[in-house]
Design a protein. Structure first.
Length: 518
């Protein structure tokens, strides 16, 4: 028996030495991207195609990617870690032919490690043929599918990539690629964005595309770039650095580029172009600082820094809530109702309680008595376990109120339950299909002032006053603005001076008002 104990002890010691030595192989923790390790690398594959052999040419795609190449070097990427394929390349292997793109993609994927970040950016034609989505390399021929680069091929390659974060940026749909006399009867770019946005990318891949379904991605002569890529470049250069920490996060990049692209196209072309982000949009991913600002802005005073950090925290909270609403909708086919009721229609618990399972608080949700009101003895005790996502950063820890409210209205996103839902533990409201004004033009959740905040479990939200609809919005950290998240989960900072009619239009899902989100 004594010999057996010695043998077991020796085997256990050997096992511990083996695992600690780094020879054991385990799956990488996807949260490794939360902390930027000193040995991690940033890699990029950039592809810009203007000159096509068999379809219509484009003008500024090569310029977009060459400018991005320079911008990345200035903002934290090593020159030797960037692979650029464009029409002006002197080395034939860097010309954007299909074979070259496939080879370079496979090469870079073999190099990246678990802690690394990979950016793949494409500017050029994108098409949808027979329900399949393709990028168009230089040698693309719409009559020969074998010459096109399937998005599914790119996804499959990225699926097997070890990088902690894989970011695919696409600026396509710029114009009709068909040459004169082409047999393809319908402009094949029309369904490219629709198909791209409807397809869920592989786990760990975030896709940021220049427009959504039915839209055109504009090039602009005065900018000498695609409009989308122009604002991507500005964002990386530091204009998106909202909290002035000298870095640009994924959410700062996508928010800045998306917002300014929409504004520029609306004002310049009287048209709509709405960049779209797709993938597993966790707070950890959105907060990841992807780029280093080469020339940081002058530092704010300490109080200013604190206010900026608090504002970013609130924006992240709002975005997490919106994403949880999407997860709820994915499971139930509808958004939650504003509150649950008893059989007579008396309100019981807020939608915030019913969102708990989608905010990593399923255990807390199970402990609520769903057939009792929010202020029953049992449920009131649970109010003290308020999740941080519902707490404004300035709110004292001994107060269990939230500043994040939905809009109380039959025409908003979260509506009161219908009579058929009375007494149900999880009452449902409206579906995404009923958001006919567009998800990027409809407010989901608002941050309100402290005097409009309420207990987070209470079935109470923001009621718009017709005479002064902006009354009660915003926070004391900056009374000139208020924070919102839209149905598309984009968090935005809006001015308190926003036109009243425009604000009212943004609060309805189906009013048909002629507005675009700021």
């Amino acid at each position: 028996m004594f010999k057996k104990q010695i043998l077991v002890t020796l085997l256990l010691a050997c096992f511990l030495l083996w695992t600690n030595s780094g020879y054991s192989q385990t799956k990488p923790d996807r949260k490794s991207l939360l902390v930027e390790r000193t040995d991690s690398q940033k890699w990029a594959l950039l592809i810009g195609v203007d000159d096509y052999s068999n379809i219509n040419d484009l003008e500024f795609c090569g310029a977009d990617q060459r400018a991005l190449y320079s911008q990345l070097i200035n903002n934290g990427f090593k020159k030797e870690n960037i692979f650029l394929l464009h029409d002006g390349a002197k080395d034939n292997k860097y010309l954007p032919f299909k074979n070259n793109i496939e080879k370079q993609l496979k090469t870079i994927l073999k190099i990246v490690e678990h802690e690394d970040v990979l950016l793949v950016a494409f500017s050029g034609h994108g098409v949808n043929l027979d329900g399949n989505t393709y990028f168009c390399p230089t040698d693309a021929d719409l009559e020969r599918v074998a010459t096109l680069l399937p998005i599914q091929f790119v996804y499959e390659q990225l699926r097997g990539c070890k990088a902690a974060l894989k970011f695919l940026m696409i600026d396509a749909c710029r114009n009709d690629p068909r040459p004169r006399g082409a047999r393809t009867p319908v402009n094949p770019t029309l369904n490219f964005a629709k198909s791209l946005n409807a397809t869920k990318p592989p786990l760990g891949v975030i896709v940021f595309s220049s427009c959504t379904l039915g839209e055109t991605s504009h090039e602009n002569e005065s900018l000498k770039h695609g409009v989308f890529m122009h604002y991507v470049l500005e964002a990386i250069d530091g204009k998106a650095d909202q909290n002035r920490n000298g870095k640009v996060s994924l959410s700062e990049l996508t928010g800045y580029a998306g917002r300014n692209t929409k504004l520029f196209v609306a004002r310049t072309y009287n048209d709509v172009q709405r960049p779209f982000i797709n993938g597993e949009l966790t707070t950890e991913v959105l907060d990841y600082d992807l780029f280093t600002v080469s020339k940081p802005s002058v530092l704010m005073a300490p109080s200013g820094v604190r206010k900026a950090e608090h504002q970013k925290t609130s924006q992240n909270n709002l975005q997490r809530i919106a994403l949880a609403l999407h997860e709820f909708h994915a499971k139930h086919g509808m958004f939650p109702a504003l509150y649950s009721t008893d059989a007579s229609g008396k309100p019981l618990l807020s939608w915030r309680v019913h969102l708990l399972p989608y905010l990593a608080n399923a255990d807390l949700y199970r402990r609520f008595r769903l057939d009792e009101p929010w202020n029953s003895e049992h449920n009131r005790a649970l109010m003290r376990e308020m999740p941080a996502v519902f707490r404004s950063p300035e709110t004292a820890g001994d107060r269990f109120v939230t500043n994040y409210l939905a809009i109380e209205s039959e025409s908003s996103i979260l509506v009161p339950p219908s009579k058929s839902m009375f007494g149900l533990t999880t009452p449902l409201g409206i579906s995404m299909k009923q958001v006919t004004d567009g998800t990027s033009n409809t407010i989901a959740i608002l941050e309100v002032s402290d005097n409009r905040a309420c207990e987070w479990t209470r079935p109470q939200d923001f009621r718009v006053v017709a005479d002064n609809p902006l009354e009660g919005l915003g926070h004391s950290r900056d009374p000139k603005v208020f924070l919102t998240t839209f149905v598309d989960a984009s968090a935005k900072v809006l001015s308190r001076d926003l036109d009243r009619k425009m604000f009212l239009g943004l609060t309805t899902r189906n009013g048909g008002e002629s507005v675009y989100s700021p």
